[in-house]
Ligand binder design. Sequence first.
Ligand SMILES: C[S@@+](CC[C@H](N)C(=O)[O-])C[C@H]1O[C@@H](n2cnc3c(N)ncnc32)[C@H](O)[C@@H]1O
Length: 299
Amino acid sequence: MPHDRPSLTAKKIARFLILIDAVPRLGPLLPEGAASAAEAILRASGAVGRRQIDMMRAPWTQRFYEIAEAFTARGQLVWFGLRKRWMADVVEEAIAGGATQLLVVGAGFDPLAAMVARRHPEVTCVEVDAPATAEPKRRGVRGAGFERTNLHICAADLSKRSLGEVLRGTPWRSDARSVVVAEGLLMYLDVKDVKAFLGAIREHTTAGSHLAFSYVDGDDAGRPHLGTLDWPIRATLRIAGERMRWGIRPRELAGFVEAAGFRLVGQMDGEALRKKYLAPIGLPEEPVAAYEHLGLVET
Ligand SMILES: C[S@@+](CC[C@H](N)C(=O)[O-])C[C@H]1O[C@@H](n2cnc3c(N)ncnc32)[C@H](O)[C@@H]1O
């Protein structure tokens, strides 16, 4: 992934949060306040122009996405809302269960750590992204009024600096129960870097800690394979210079994480997320194009 400019996918996902919020039937799906926080952070970051942000609430943008989905696969936008909601719920459950630290790796412009730091002043919140993304994010968090003493935004390219080294520059404690989020990150790493990442999380968290992540399906060689959306998504990411590198079949995930010292405690696919989050808001039939799976593991 090139790290000389703010991540295009990270900017896109933050703008999608605003768009989801603007669609009346989908807005209630998002974690409360997430869209307005993402919007405020993005505006103050300077990484995205005002017009590009304003257009996400314009009716014609919703129409454009509906048409685009009709030609590719319906339910791509809602997927990001489901992913955000599940991650936010996992983090809240972990904190309720005794976690005192949150680490978000490859945080992009996601407002999760900023919101948790504000809601739980006793929880140490650390997020890491490459400098070209973390620096505007830091500016955005400050400008949006989310700066807190328990929130640490670290600018580091993890292909050049180890996670341990980055965490040593923060109040992070390796002996505290923690919850770690890696959303939309692992598929961009080589398998050896995924294993190194899991090793680093294991080393810097204590027993009973959790890691929530998204991952994509893979073929026999561990290359990403995204089903019907394989071609359009991989081509788009390649053009953006953010090529996917790692995928794994959901049935192989338990063995993979066990070898790294974790126990798989939860897996969610589009169907399970639809039942959990869309049915209760009156959308049991809403199409969901789940190009990823979500995994929850425990140390
Ligand atoms: C697809 S975006 C996801 C952003 C965020 N997690 C979300 O879901 O909104 C992937 C993020 O990972 C970051 N990333 C990728 N490789 C990285 C690396 N080597 N070091 C630090 N951050 C990295 C990118 O800069 C980008 O912000």
